[in-house]
Design a binder for this molecule. Structure first.
Ligand SMILES: CC(=O)CC(=O)SCCNC(=O)CCNC(=O)[C@H](O)C(C)(C)COP(=O)(O)OP(=O)(O)OC[C@H]1O[C@@H](n2cnc3c(N)ncnc32)[C@H](O)[C@@H]1OP(=O)(O)O
Ligand SMILES: NC(=O)C1=CN([C@@H]2O[C@H](COP(=O)(O)OP(=O)(O)OC[C@H]3O[C@@H](n4cnc5c(N)ncnc54)[C@H](OP(=O)(O)O)[C@@H]3O)[C@@H](O)[C@H]2O)C=CC1
Length: 291
């Protein structure tokens, strides 16, 4: 199936990155969120990220302008539904995602493919509540989307081969690489990565190290580009906690118990970079550890 129009729901850090790479690859993008303010901020950020790519010689001025012209923002689900492919990238809560798919339902074209960028939630369960489980796929980008090479493709139990192959074609057109993952809690990357982050929070909670020493240890001792606590702040502590809860509930193993300190940060509203405070405080010139 040919894809030319893509609807993206949720214009946070993932939704704006997805809109950015899709528009650069030549797709017409309809980006939606709960408020026009969020959409305006997302488009500003896409423009700044494209400018950065232009200044580094990665993207030409003409391609930047053409990409921006391919993104329209909308608060109307009818605009999003009348596309070839919808990528849902809203907050990592099943009820939020379910409401979005419900509100899209009356507007979909017969062949619209539905996908979710969920980090952890069952694709089979999300799909089963739509009218088209065979045309539903997990389309999981990594953060930051313009830089990360991998996309995980997750088939639900009912996903058909055509849907999978069509989305694989989109990944190829983006110049990215797909890893196929089975539909079990948190798939491949987050099944491994997020428990590692949770263990780093336990290491902090138990006083084995402080924020700086834990991050430095993993950067210099294991060659990770970011320390695990810096990475947690980058992903969003709410998202990390949601993923641990899905692993804990879905696999029923205490080894996935979210660290109480992670829960405490989320309860405080200290969600990482997006709220300017998490394991680091980002309100000043330089990030300062909060422990
Ligand atoms: C939670 C989930 O469901 C799944 C996930 O996504 S888990 C998270 C996965 N992501 C990671 O693990 C990221 C780990 N971190 C990294 O790999 C690196 O720190 C990083 C790639 C993010 C940044 O690398 P860095 O070298 O420190 O950054 P920086 O020098 O600022 O930028 C590198 C390049 O990217 C560009 N860049 C940075 N952010 C960008 C953006 N949002 N858009 C476009 N370009 C961007 C910069 O312009 C720069 O370009 P050049 O290489 O041409 O100079
Ligand atoms: N952060 C990461 O590293 C990664 C995240 N993901 C997944 O991507 C998805 C989005 O995460 P991320 O971008 O980080 O989260 P953000 O919190 O940055 O963005 C989520 C966006 O969705 C919006 N939103 C909430 N409810 C609705 C709704 N009903 N309709 C439309 N938009 C809505 C939010 O608006 P408001 O702020 O007003 O609530 C916000 O703008 C999640 O499923 C997450 O698990 C996948 C890969 C990596």
């Amino acid at each position: 199936m040919d894809i030319s129009r893509i609807g993206v729901v949720g214009a946070g850090q993932m939704g704006n990155g997805i809109a950015h790479v899709m528009a650069l690859a030549g797709y017409e993008v309809r980006l939606s969120d709960v408020s026009q303010d969020a959409l305006d901020k997302a488009v500003d950020l896409i423009a700044r990220n494209l400018d950065r790519q232009v200044s580094r010689g990665k993207v030409s001025d003409a391609d930047r302008d053409a990409a921006l012209a391919r993104i329209v923002t909308t608060l109307d689900m009818a605009d999003v539904g009348q596309t070839d492919l919808v990528i849902e990238a809203a907050t990592e809560q099943e009820s939020v995602k379910q409401k979005i798919f419900d509100s899209l339902a009356p507007h979909l074209l017969p062949n619209t493919i539905l996908t979710s960028n969920t980090s952890s939630i069952s694709i089979t369960r999300l799909a089963s509540r739509t009218d088209r489980p065979e045309k539903f796929l997990g389309f999981h980008f990594m953060n930051p989307v313009p830089l990360m090479q991998l996309v995980e493709l997750i088939r639900g139990i009912a996903t058909d081969q055509e849907t999978y192959e069509t989305c694989m074609g989109v990944v190829e057109r983006l110049g990215k690489t797909a890893a196929s993952a089975e539909d079990f809690p948190a798939f491949i990357v987050n099944r491994i990565l997020v428990p590692m982050i949770n263990e780093a929070v336990y290491t902090l909670y138990e006083g084995v190290g402080n924020v700086r020493s834990i991050d430095m240890a993993m950067k210099l001792g294991a060659n990770h580009p970011m320390g695990p606590l810096e990475l947690a702040d980058f992903i969003g502590l709410d998202t990390c906690l949601a993923i641990m809860n899905v692993l804990h509930d879905g696999l029923a193993d205490t080894k996935y118990r979210p660290c109480p300190l992670l829960t405490k940060y989320v309860e405080a509203g200290w969600l990482g970079r997006k709220t300017k405070r998490g394991f680091y405080d980002y309100r000043g010139e330089e990030p300062v550890p909060t422990r």
